[in-house]
Design a protein around this ligand. Structure first.
Ligand code: PLP
Length: 427
């Protein structure tokens, strides 16, 4: 595989952009090697500047559920671009996307659009604090909610402890307000509430965690969070930035039947353009400026191009049988992977929910962050590198989910399985 052009661009990039990239995982640091620079993408395929083509399982980290450059989305965007790219004044498109979102999420009566998932979670937490008049936030080890100060905290291992920042630049005084619990462990959450029954504003949880690799909630875990938050007067925020419109037409809350107070969205609802959203109960949402006192704003929020891509994407996803088709093809791929693991006796665990999956290099099933952190990262890196050489573009980290899209074909699945079989050899 020739990657000379990518290498050349990376050299220039490192001079002008920290680490050469605008979002850290893209640099391939976790897996060694250098990133490939992308030229274009179409359907299930992505092409680098050296002309290599890959079957893409990153899908822009989730948004490209329809595949790249989907013709209907592209056509709508072309039309929209001729009408101007941003107005700083409201459009009917925002209302249309809001109605589509609310229609898919029974827990959401009102929604506000922002430009990223980070903004969505950050704003939802501000709102939860204002509504409850409390300051503390409970989050889970291994759950990612964007990079705002108070959420860049995962705390020490094991028992819930007061947060220490994951990054320099996050003041300890801010991190202190984030208390971390163990995922899939209700007792760890209860303990925090018992210690400070009137201090917790909200619990924030990923609808289906994908940011430690795919780790599904145990039966009763999300329901238990709902009960505990109600009992202690805290809000439940489901961060469905990744799981929204990924697990079904709706989110993990429809799939697992939970009724949160606030929901955060992003990724799929922007159809590949920058969008985030948060919404929930009317009484809470009406506290937002300008109908209420909680300030939140954005120059490009509700951007007409982003709304257009989102609307077209949801309209396609809303059609009958779409998710069934997507899940069936993912199941086919995943069954094939499991067979290869068994044939080769590979030390791997496959986790799959809907169209998301992670191949963990672990002898034991992965149930939480500790389990994910105990994986064999060296083996994962070798596997990743081999897969890339075989034309398969996987997320370059063990702590990530791979995404299947509607554009992946039977031929893609067969090629992927052949590559996996080769790549797992000797691991
Ligand atoms: C991607 C992601 C975010 C952050 O979204 P950005 O658009 O990258 O800011 C937040 N929460 C979850 C669950 C995510 O997967």
């Amino acid at each position: 595989m020739v990657t000379t052009k990518s290498a050349k661009i990376m050299k220039k990039a490192e001079e002008v952009i920290p680490g050469g990239v605008n979002s850290p995982v893209r640099a391939f640091k976790a897996v060694g090697g250098k990133p490939v620079f992308i030229d274009k993408a179409k359907g299930s395929k992505i092409f680098d500047v050296d002309g290599n083509s890959y079957i893409d399982y990153i899908g822009s980290w989730g948004p490209m559920i329809l595949g790249h450059a989907e013709p209907r989305v592209t056509a709508a965007l072309k039309k929209a671009i001729e009408r101007g790219t941003s107005y700083g004044a409201p459009t009917e498109l925002e209302v249309e996307l809001a109605e589509l979102v609310i229609d898919a999420f029974p827990s959401m009566k009102m929604v506000r659009f922002v430009s990223s998932g980070t903004e969505a979670t950050m704003s939802a937490i501000r709102l939860a604090r204002a509504y409850t008049k409390r300051d503390k936030v409970i989050k889970f080890e291994g759950c990612y909610h964007g990079h705002s100060d108070g959420l860049l905290v995962k705390a020490g291992s094991g028992a819930a402890t007061f947060g220490v920042p994951d990054s320099p630049g996050v003041p300890a005084d801010i991190a202190k307000l984030t208390v971390t619990a163990a995922y899939n462990n209700l007792a760890s959450v209860r303990k925090i509430f018992e210690k400070d029954p009137e201090g917790v504003a909200c619990v924030i949880v990923e609808g289906l965690p994908g940011n430690m690799g795919v780790v599904p909630p145990k039966t009763g875990f999300l329901e238990g969070l709902r009960v505990l938050t109600k009992q202690y007067g805290a809000l439940l925020i489901m961060d469905e930035v990744m799981s929204g419109f990924r697990l079904c037409y709706g989110g993990a809350q429809n799939y697992y039947k939970v009724n949160p107070d606030l929901t955060c969205l992003g990724k799929v609802i922007g159809g590949g353009l920058p969008v985030g959203a948060f919404g929930g109960k009317r009484k809470i949402m009406q506290m937002l400026s300008p109908s209420g006192p909680v300030y939140q704003a954005g120059t490009l929020s509700g951007n007409p191009l982003a709304m257009t891509a989102g609307i077209e994407t949801l309209k396609i996803l809303k059609k009958d049988g779409v998710y069934e088709k997507l899940f069936a093809s993912t199941a086919k791929l995943c069954q094939g992977i499991v067979e290869i693991i068994q044939d080769r006796g590979a030390p791997c665990q496959l986790t799959n929910v809907g169209s998301m999956f992670t191949l963990f290099f672990s002898e034991k099933p992965v149930k939480d962050y500790k389990g994910a952190a105990a994986c064999d990262f060296e083996k994962f890196s070798t596997y990743f590198g081999r897969m890339l050489k075989n034309g398969i573009f996987l997320p370059p980290s063990q702590y990530e989910a791979a995404f299947m899209g509607l554009a992946h074909s039977k031929v893609d699945i067969d090629s992927t399985l052949a590559a996996i079989d080769k790549s797992l050899k000797g691991l």
